[in-house]
Design a binder for this molecule. Structure first.
Ligand SMILES: [Mg+2]
Length: 366
């Protein structure tokens, strides 16, 4: 297959990308945080701006600040001069090609994701459209679930956070577990007491268990606390293990947050590893990659759930028919409020894109 050469396809209204800028910010968490397999005390966001005429497109990802240099050295040269109205798909493939020997999955695709998001935002802004309309919206709002419940939290903090989301009108919450499994029954008791019986309760082990441990806990979670979603019961690198748990557990098994390139999603789907496919727009190749992953899930008869980065996810999730929810993640809620104007607040448990704003509606604060 030969890709069209963008230099031959300039439209009369062409407004090529003149410059690409990237920077990183590291923002401390509001308390020490941990899950089943990791501890952290800060979050790093890498922000990309693409400039064309008077318009600026904004994208971002959550990763190491080394992505800034990767964007400047490897990706920016492929993006300068691109006409986003005609060449966006070409730019996506070109960036992927340039990352071949650096490594596409992981840091490479996180950097690419931020640039792709910025290019789509720029395209919508040049057309003076909200992004959701440009992507082909099928709904006006996207359901969210509150996500946090770190294993480092006291029972009081856990109850306060999860209960707070329910008070905000969000009828679904997720907590971390699996760090000290013997502590989890008391944590689950506290969570269920705080959120009431009507709220959906999800858990995420971040790959902390082996296969049989995971099956045993899955049955207890479902029967004793009414848990309906078990995320990464085993490592998501173990697609066979996910399927093993899924076939023996009376709840949904979810994974996909560490899927980057399209083949990563296909591998999970072909293994029948998940009941709902998680897709992270800041990792999977931006909006271009997100729509590809969503299309793949649809072929396997599955819904998708957006992993983290809620503000980056809202518009594109309104353009996916077989969509379940967006992860409204504590750390990213804080970072996105700190850096951006135009942040959406959940109303009745959903994010509703603001169609009076162009692009994804986010602006970098001064
Ligand atoms: Mg997770």
């Amino acid at each position: 297959m030969s890709l069209l050469n963008p230099s031959k396809r300039k439209s009369s209204s062409s407004c090529p990308v003149a410059e690409v800028e990237a920077f990183a910010r590291t923002i401390p968490t509001d308390a020490p945080e941990s899950d089943g397999t990791l501890e952290w005390d800060s979050t790093t966001i890498v922000v990309v701006q693409v400039f064309a005429g008077d318009a600026v497109g904004l994208g971002y990802t959550y990763t190491h600040d080394a992505a800034v240099r990767l964007i400047e050295d490897k990706l920016a040269p492929a993006v300068r001069g691109v006409d986003v109205q005609t060449d966006l798909s070409h730019a996506w493939h070109e960036m992927g090609s340039l990352l071949r020997n650096v490594g596409r999955p992981g840091l490479g695709f996180m950097a690419l994701s931020a640039v792709d998001m910025a290019l789509w935002d720029l395209r919508a802004r040049l057309l003076e459209q909200p992004l959701v309309d440009l992507l082909g919206g099928v709904r006006d709002e996207a359901a969210v679930y509150g996500s946090g419940g770190f294993t480092s939290y006291s029972l009081e903090r856990l109850a306060e956070q999860l209960g707070g989301w329910v008070e905000q009108g969000i009828p679904r919450v997720k907590m971390k577990l699996g760090r000290k499994p013997e502590d989890d029954p008391a944590r689950l008791d506290a969570a269920r007491a705080a959120i009431g019986d009507a709220t959906e309760l999800y858990v995420d082990a971040n790959g902390a268990f082996d296969r049989d441990e995971a099956v045993e806990w899955a049955n207890r979670y479902a029967k004793e606390w009414g848990v309906t979603w078990f995320e990464e019961p085993v490592s998501s690198a173990d697609a066979e293990g996910l399927r093993y748990v899924r076939e023996r557990a009376p709840l949904d098994v979810a994974a996909g947050e560490y899927a980057y390139v399209p083949a990563d999603f296909e591998n999970l789907l072909r293994a029948n590893a998940v009941s709902c496919l998680q897709v992270d727009v800041t990792r999977c190749g931006g909006y271009s990659g997100f729509l590809r992953a969503a299309g793949l899930a649809e072929q396997f008869g599955l819904e998708i759930s957006a992993h983290c980065a809620p503000q980056a996810s809202a518009h594109v999730c309104c353009a996916v028919p077989h969509f379940r929810h967006i992860e409204y993640f504590h750390d990213h809620i804080r970072v996105e409020h700190e850096l951006f104007d135009g942040v959406l607040e959940p109303q009745n448990g959903a994010l509703r894109p603001d169609r009076s704003r162009v692009g994804h509606g986010l602006e970098l604060k001064a």
